[in-house]
Structure formats: structure tokens, C-alpha cells
Design a protein around this ligand. Sequence first.
Ligand code: FES
Length: 116
Amino acid sequence: MMRGDYVAVAREDELAPGQMKRVKVDGRKLLLCRTDDGWYCVDELCSHEDYSLYFGCIKGRSIKCSLHGSYFDLATGLPLNDPADCPIGTYPLRVEAGQVWVGGEPDPARSVTAAV
Ligand code: FES
């Protein structure tokens, strides 16, 4: 696989809204999340203290870290409350042919949001 290629990480019917799955793409540990309004892929680890967001929960279009309670917007990666103050990476995603595909390079929007 070349860097930046899309990789099939789940069947489209594998997750229900509110569920998530740990996936590995291009050596990165990511979290595939399904919400009521679609699919998102973000870094698995919280930007605050590297705790796995897999142990948190999805609320609307955000994910809550269960260690200290920060929420992150799944579309932008931005933290919505303290104590986290850095975004998590977001990754490009496509749903095609009954599969969910994720790109191994962070969304370029991340570098914009990371600079905020
Ligand atoms: S480790 Fe996630 S908010 Fe502290």
C-alpha cells in the first residue's frame, strides 16, 4: 500500500450509529466512528494524555474522552471543552461499494485547526 491510499476498514453495515471501531491505517491507530449523520475517522488517542478515545462515547457529532471528560468534534478534531486544548487528527473517509474506506494521511484541515 502506498502512503495516503484509501484502505477498506469496515463493512458499511458493521457499525450502528453511536458505535466505533479501532482500525490501523498506514501504521496509525485510528478510530472509526459512526454517528446519526455519518462516518468519521479520527486519531484513537486523546490529545490531552494519550488515553484511548475508544473507552469514551459518541454524543451527537462529538466523542467524549472518558478519562477527563473533554469532548472533540469528530468532523474538525477540535476540543470542545477543557482540559484538552489541542485537536485530534481527522482522516479522509469514503463509503463505497458497501465498504468504509479511510485515507492514511491526516486531513489537511488538521494543520489549519492545529494552528488555532
Ligand atoms: S486524557 Fe482525554 S481529556 Fe485527559
